[in-house]
Design a protein around this ligand. Structure first.
Ligand code: SF4
Ligand code: SF4
Length: 361
């Protein structure tokens, strides 16, 4: 996997834009085909018969999202690799200046497919692997996918993330630990998700699952966003505790289904259920403020990550205190000291120092 400076720059620009501008969609999940080639028993996001969305319609939807100032579009499903012209859709996302991601079960990957995704300009690919050996719950198994991972490690130019899951329906939680170690050994990023049940809601982890969760989190990248994510949202979920947060779905995060309707997320389809071509800035504004009653036990980490940006934008000191109730990690203390306005509101230390050096005050 090649490190891409260009991608890093575009990521920084995305976060900067999100922190500076309050209402555009930061992340969109869009479904190019609802059909899936697998049938995981916990999943409520697939069927076994749908046709792919016609490519012209998909391209039009990408253009509409760009008009709403979206910054990143991830293709999900079903299984998006079942769409015969997925590369054309990825190319359009990139041509419109947005980051392009793909959530796949990985079954259809081969060397040629990976090279086509490189050519289309894909930025991220995520595979969720649920167990070591296929069982009646899930066939997303390391045994089946390991060869695909080796090809990705050798040929992919995009960032690869391996997601493991713990929670309802996962028979051997130890598998998640083994898969994470394998992902790290191959140089991939790794994340752990706490799986929701059929209603999209949380079931608390067992004692063994919690122990494994702690170990996996210990492998994680110690980036600021990971501190925020794992130390707060995920840790609460692991303990079966509620999260107090304002979900910004319908505004900062959109889920666009195969019929071109905008929903809050995969687990709250039908709300608001407005066609994308009728979705306007007034809808983004309304949904930014709408309180979602499903938020306390929600397990959808990507929406939380996006919503966290607004907590920082609106009240950075309060947000940091909430995320680190005991003691701030040293890097966060330094950044806070340098960049946040002083408690008396008189500018930032870095800003004041720069002004003094330039003799502006
Ligand atoms: S592979 Fe993904 S979309 Fe397909 S059934 Fe499993 S969880 Fe659902
Ligand atoms: S809180 Fe938001 S992301 Fe979570 S289920 Fe509800 S609408 Fe979806």
């Amino acid at each position: 996997m090649a490190f891409s400076l260009g991608r890093r720059v575009r990521e920084v620009l995305m976060v900067t834009k999100a922190l500076g501008s309050p209402r555009h969609p930061v992340l969109v999940h869009i479904v190019p085909v609802r059909r899936c080639n697998l049938a995981c028993s916990y999943c409520n996001e697939y069927d076994d018969f749908s046709n792919p969305v016609p490519t012209a319609q998909m391209l039009h939807r990408i253009d509409l999202l760009r008009a709403l100032q979206a910054t990143a579009i991830h293709l999900s499903g079903g299984e998006p690799l079942l769409h015969p012209e997925l590369d054309t859709i990825i190319e359009r996302i990139r041509k419109q200046g947005m980051l392009a991601g793909l959530l796949t079960n990985g079954y259809l990957l081969n060397i040629e497919r990976i090279q086509k995704l490189n050519g289309a300009g894909l930025d991220y690919l995520q595979i969720s692997i649920d167990n070591l050996e296929p069982d009646e719950v899930s066939k997303k198994s390391l045994k089946v996918l390991d060869q695909k991972l080796q090809w990705l490690a050798k040929y992919a130019h995009f960032t690869v993330n391996i997601n493991v899951v713990l929670g309802s329906g996962v028979r051997n939680p130890e598998d998640a630990l083994f898969i994470t170690r394998r992902a790290k050994a191959m140089g991939f990023n790794s994340t752990v998700g706490i799986i929701h049940d059929h209603s999209g809601q949380l079931r608390p982890l067992s004692g063994e699952q919690k122990r494994i969760y702690e170990q996996i989190v210990g492998f994680g990248e110690k980036m600021f966003s990971d501190f925020v994510h794992y130390s707060h949202f995920q840790n609460n979920l692991a303990q079966g505790l509620v999260n107090q947060w304002h979900c910004r779905a319908g505004s900062r995060y959109l889920y666009v289904c195969e019929d071109g309707l905008v929903h809050y997320c995969s687990q709250q389809r039908g709300y608001p259920g407005i066609p994308l071509d009728q979705y306007k800035p007034a809808d983004l504004e309304r949904e930014y403020h709408t309180v979602k009653t499903c938020a306390p036990y929600c397990t959808i980490g990507c929406v939380h990550r996006v919503s966290v940006l607004d907590e920082f934008r609106e009240n950075p000191r309060a947000a940091i205190s909430r995320f680190f109730p005991q003691r701030l990690p040293v890097p966060v203390r330094i950044l806070t000291w340098l960049f946040l306005p002083k408690p008396d509101g008189r500018g930032t230390r870095l800003g004041n120092l720069t002004a003094r050096l330039l003799r502006m005050r």
